[in-house]
Ligand binder design. Structure first.
Ligand SMILES: Cc1ncc(COP(=O)(O)OP(=O)(O)O)c(N)n1
Ligand SMILES: Cc1ncsc1CCOP(=O)(O)O
Ligand SMILES: [Mg+2]
Length: 227
């Protein structure tokens, strides 16, 4: 929450009374890559994308420079394109431009959505991390983002997190704005339902897919059964 959020009163029971707007598209799965990948990842990704509907795949590799990420991205981008899955680059507007990615995801420290729009053009999707802040989300919307991301909703091993929104932020957002919202952070097939019911347009998931003991494809099927 930012200080500005204090001025925006929100009833904590809002999500309980909320009914998903039937005119809004159904909640969809948005896969986030593991922070490091091995040679076998392309096969795992292809199997995951074929196991059920996936709207988007974000390449989120940490500890590598843009050149190294670009090399790893090439086969993964093709796997996504062949299956009509949006290929999103994390963190770097320049890399998204260089690869001709379908989108870029920007954290609060990763650059400005307006600048991204200028560089990437009108048809590239721009997502912005908004943590647990309605204020940041409205700012992102005004800056021209294509989606806002709230989280981390649940504890996660994938990233050190400092914000934990209540699902009611999704209900509030979808009641007030048409712009899609993404829920992220520790989401599993077991804990996803409150986020879907609260109005999330996308569930962004990493660990619960790539670390599922039954395999990533089985994990996608488990999510697909809920959506
Ligand atoms: C869909 C989505 N939402 C949030 C994030 C987190 O982005 P950021 O805050 O920049 O943190 P890093 O992912 O860069 O560690 C995301 N990547 N995707
Ligand atoms: C990148 C990110 N931003 C907030 S939580 C998170 C991690 C998402 O991964 P997981 O689904 O494994 O919690
Ligand atoms: Mg980032």
């Amino acid at each position: 929450m930012t200080d500005e959020d204090d001025d925006l009163q929100l009833d904590p029971n809002f999500a309980d009374r909320f009914e998903r707007d039937p005119r809004r598209p159904k909640c969809q799965l948005y896969l986030i890559s593991p922070p490091t990948i091995g040679d076998d990842f392309a096969g795992t990704l292809a199997a995951a994308l074929e196991a059920g509907p996936v709207a988007a795949f974000q390449l989120r590799l940490k500890g590598l420079d843009d050149h190294a990420i670009a090399r790893l991205a090439e086969p993964l981008q093709k796997i996504c394109a062949d299956r009509d899955v949006a290929f999103i680059i994390n963190d770097s507007i320049a890399l998204a431009k260089r690869l001709g990615a379908d989108g870029v995801h920007l954290g609060q420290e990763d650059g400005d959505a307006r600048e991204a729009r200028q560089i990437l053009g009108p048809s590239v999707q721009i997502g912005v991390t908004c943590h647990d802040s309605r204020h940041l989300a409205m700012e992102a919307g005004e800056a021209g983002a294509d989606y806002v991301a709230f989280g981390a909703f649940y504890p996660t091993q994938t990233k050190e997190t400092h914000h934990q929104p209540d699902p009611s932020i999704l209900s509030w957002w979808t009641t007030v704005f048409e712009l899609p919202c993404v829920a992220i952070g520790g989401i599993t097939p077991q804990n996803a339902k409150p986020l879907i019911n609260a109005g999330a347009d996308f569930l962004a998931v990493s660990g619960a897919v790539w670390n599922d003991p039954d395999g990533a494809a089985a994990a996608v099927r488990k999510f697909a059964a809920l959506l």
